[in-house]
Design a binder for this molecule. Structure first.
Ligand code: ADP
Ligand code: AMP
Length: 217
């Protein structure tokens, strides 16, 4: 199964992708996580991406498309779930072109719909483990011990781009450049809208109902 999960920053894409890959044994490919990893490693790609990420802008298409199509090409036959990519219509078209060149395509597009005030609350309350990448929320999805990762005991951090000023830019970027990706997919295949204002377990149930029905079809 080759799945794209769409939704605003903070909608819950990463949280739900982890559950999808655990259930179906797929590869989770998050463009944001890959870019952050490149920055941690201090690679050329990471250095090029830095200023865009810090300001809440998109990293240029040519950089992200090359990075992601390369990772997708190496994915196992079982498939993958894309999280945070594609984020422009051009990225979506390039992705389709790349997959078509080896006779593949996206099978399922899920769109997590979340109200603006819910997104703001989720994104500003997000805390992440710098060691293993686990994601928590200060009210909705707390770790067992305050500010400490359940998996490895590392102190949790707030992503620098989750500060209120950068979040405002990221949401503006989403509206200006990314929302149109939903229409791109709607114009050539079915997009399954999921009400993602609900709690994480309810959102997972809605998603899995769709995925199970599609797997049986
Ligand atoms: P995205 O990958 O779309 O940016 P995340 O999965 O990181 O979003 O979720 C953003 C924040 O909201 C995290 O702190 C996460 O723990 C929390 N969260 C995710 N899904 C839900 C949900 N359904 N209800 C409440 N909080 C959620
Ligand atoms: P995320 O972790 O998905 O919130 O992404 C964090 C940041 O990485 C974004 O604000 C962008 O600067 C950059 N980024 C992630 N994915 C993409 C993409 N598909 N295209 C361009 N920039 C991206």
């Amino acid at each position: 199964m080759r799945i794209v999960l769409l939704g605003a920053p903070g909608a819950g894409k990463g949280t739900q992708c982890k559950r999808i890959v655990a259930r179906y044994d797929l590869l989770h490919l998050s463009s944001g996580d890959i870019l952050r990893q490149q920055r941690t490693e201090g690679t050329d790609l990471g250095k090029k991406a830095q200023s865009y990420m810090d300001s809440g802008a998109l990293v240029p298409d040519e950089i992200v498309v090359a990075m992601m199509t390369d990772a997708i090409r190496k994915a196992p036959d079982a498939g993958f779930v894309l999280d945070g990519f594609p984020r422009t219509v051009n990225q979506a078209a390039e992705l389709d072109k790349s997959l078509a060149s080896y006779h593949q395509g996206i099978d399922v597009v899920l769109n997590l719909n979340v109200d603006d005030q819910v997104v703001a609350e989720r994104i500003t309350g997000r805390r992440s483990c710098p060691q293993c990448g686990a994601v928590y929320h200060i009210r909705n999805m707390k770790p067992k011990v305050d500010e400490i990762c359940d998996n490895d005991g590392t102190k949790l951090i707030q992503r620098p781009d989750d500060s209120p000023e950068v979040v405002a830019n990221r949401l503006e970027t989403y509206r200006r450049q990314t929302e149109a990706v939903v229409d791109y997919y709607k114009s050539n295949r079915t997009v399954y809208d999921i009400d993602a204002n609900k709690n994480a377990d309810e959102v997972s149930t809605l998603m899995f109902e769709k995925l199970e029905a599609l797997a049986k079809a």
